[in-house]
Design a protein. Sequence first.
Lengths: 431, 358
Amino acid sequence: MASWGRRSTAVAHHMRAFFTANKTAQIRIGTRRYPFFNPAVSSALVPRPWPSIINMTSLFLVNRFTSSVAGSQAGSRHADDDNDDNLVKKELAVKMYSDMVTLQIMDTFFYEAQRQGRISFYMTSSGEEAINISSAAALGKDDIIMPQYREHGILLWRGFSLQEFANQCFGNKDDVGKGRQMPIHYGSSKHNFITVSSPIATQLPQAAGVAYSLKMDKKDACVVAFIGDGGTSQGDFHAGLNFAAVMEAPVIFVCRNNGWAISTPISEQFRSDGVAVKGQAYGIPSIRVDGTDALAVYSAIRAARNMAVNEQRPVLVETLAYRVGHHSTSDDSTKYRSLDEIEQWKTDRDPVNRFRKWVELNGWWSEREETELRSNLMRAIQVAEGRRKPPLTELFTDVYDLPPSNLVEQEKQLRETINKYPIDFPSDVSL
Amino acid sequence: MALRNIIGKRIGNGIGLVGRRSLSTATCDVENRNSKSMNLYSAINQALHLALETDPRAFVFGEDVSFGGVFRCTTGLADRFGKARVFNTPLCEQGIVGFGIGLAAMGNRAIAEIQFADYIYPAFDQIVNEAAKFRYRSGNQFNCGGLTIRAPYGAVGHGGHYHSQSPEAFFCHVPGIKVVIPRSPRQAKGLLLSCIRDPNPVVFFEPKWLYRLAVEEVPEHDYMLPLSEAEVIRQGSDITLVGWGAQLTIMEQACIEAEKDGISCELIDLKTLMPWDKETVEASVRKTGRVLISHEAPVTGGFGAEISASIVERCFLRLEAPVARVCGLDTPFPLVFEPFYMPSKNKVLDAIKATVDY
């Protein structure tokens, strides 16, 4: 029990700072006023240690919404409300909630499919549905997403179908990735979602480059690059933020601080006051937000996007949440954390339930909508499972734009081997 | 063609020719329209000017490139094309390459400079795990073909561990990227332009030894030399020598001396190491029956091993002698011991004779 207390304190560490941070001023986002700490306003410029967040540039803190507060704010109507970006209206709220539920159910189905041996691997986003969906909702379709690996909710929001998800997980002939990578390594140029790669944080300096290109094009768009708490320890985190700052690239770095990097709690990951303070070191404005609060995340990302695009500069957003699920299907997190801890976060702070309360309060949702989702998922999985894998030639294409002579030779030799020993090879790959 | 004529005196080598004579590369099929005598860094500089001139979405970036670069390869670019297209980056190779991948992924020509090939390793993850796999892993939805990474490499006479390395072998083992190494100014300009315009990520190693000392007539117009095509730069019938970069000068000196002993040497410049032109080398070995590979990089696991294995696979019965490799020693690149470490002309010459007399 004692060790649980220690561990959960370590995990709650990232939330503690959030709740005890100084609130000495207010910031306006649209017509809303939120408390925040701005040393530019405060007379005390002496840096204070944890838990307050200090910054000599512009760091602001988005206070946590309570569902009812946000509800009444969103529901009330004032003369200038129509111009308020941050109002979440019914249509948006319904789509947000619907997609959060879909994401949860989809995760459950695919996780089970892996357990049944039907797909090889899966990663859920349990506990981070709000981060996924609210981010997606706050962005435009031209904003380019550079994921780590736990952001498939954004793809879902943008219209990647259940069938397409299933196709990638099964690596069948309809997978746009052509069956080359493990499940959940989604990518879709149609949806401006750059393909997931397993190495951690490599997407961050790339995001600076992608954003620089958008800057050159003067596009009304930004890049949104995701990283976990663990990923902020990588060298590429430093490289990415520093480059983005120097190049003045419009990129939002969203850190999903969910308390765990596989089995490593954040107390073993860094000794800073979370991740938001790290932005300060690079001259990057940073926001810390409750990642289990869908409306708060929506607000934060909207604000970040406006800053990134209008001021052409990077922004860091740290979303605080909890990784309710295991790291992946290859992980059993009960080996390093208690069931009680997981249960507590699952029940008390489930982002979907919280948002549901607000949505239901407004009379915008009912039970009926959910049952259809489940049968659609079931069907998508069955269909994907039944399809053949991509043809053998896709093993050799796309290494380069055109296959060089060594690959032409190797394909020829391989085909001879296959002819000779067909039983050595799976039959669902067409030759 | 006398490669040695275009190279200046090599320290400790004894061949004292400061060559500024105009000469044509006999086997090079680039027409000599208006040519100008220039050295390697000027040729590279010209290529970069042309690349930025012809493609408004080409960018040059890296440490210290703005003022012209530590080897002057990027002189004049920032003034002419502006800071938005030619700029210094923070001191971070993984950032340089990562940033370049992102730029290239958006369809731009990202020409990244790594100040010395010895410092390319922080970018190894980005090159191997990201650039090389970007197209393949996305099912060809995305690619970073517009990325070219340039780096000075190789011995310079006084470089020691960290200014002399030849890391080409590490990159030749990575499917998805190309590795190109020019031997002279004229080659460098044409090859670099091909690399920049090739729709695949390329690592372009420039022999720093040759930056000032190699001088050659280089056509002033925009021309490209083909990738993955080896060039026979000296015809012969008794033995095939394969090399790249500055080492070819040494090998050519050895060939000339071997000629005096009646050994006719065929010398091939591989130019592109990945994917390499096996056909040209094989055809030559079929003619001569003997092959010798020479590179500055340490012999064990060097790219010579790949060439040797491939040639033996293809030409085993034709070979009259084992494949010879005359390479750097298996040590970190030493300072005072550099003359001992290097695959010198006499080491190559001895190996030629031993192979012929086998």
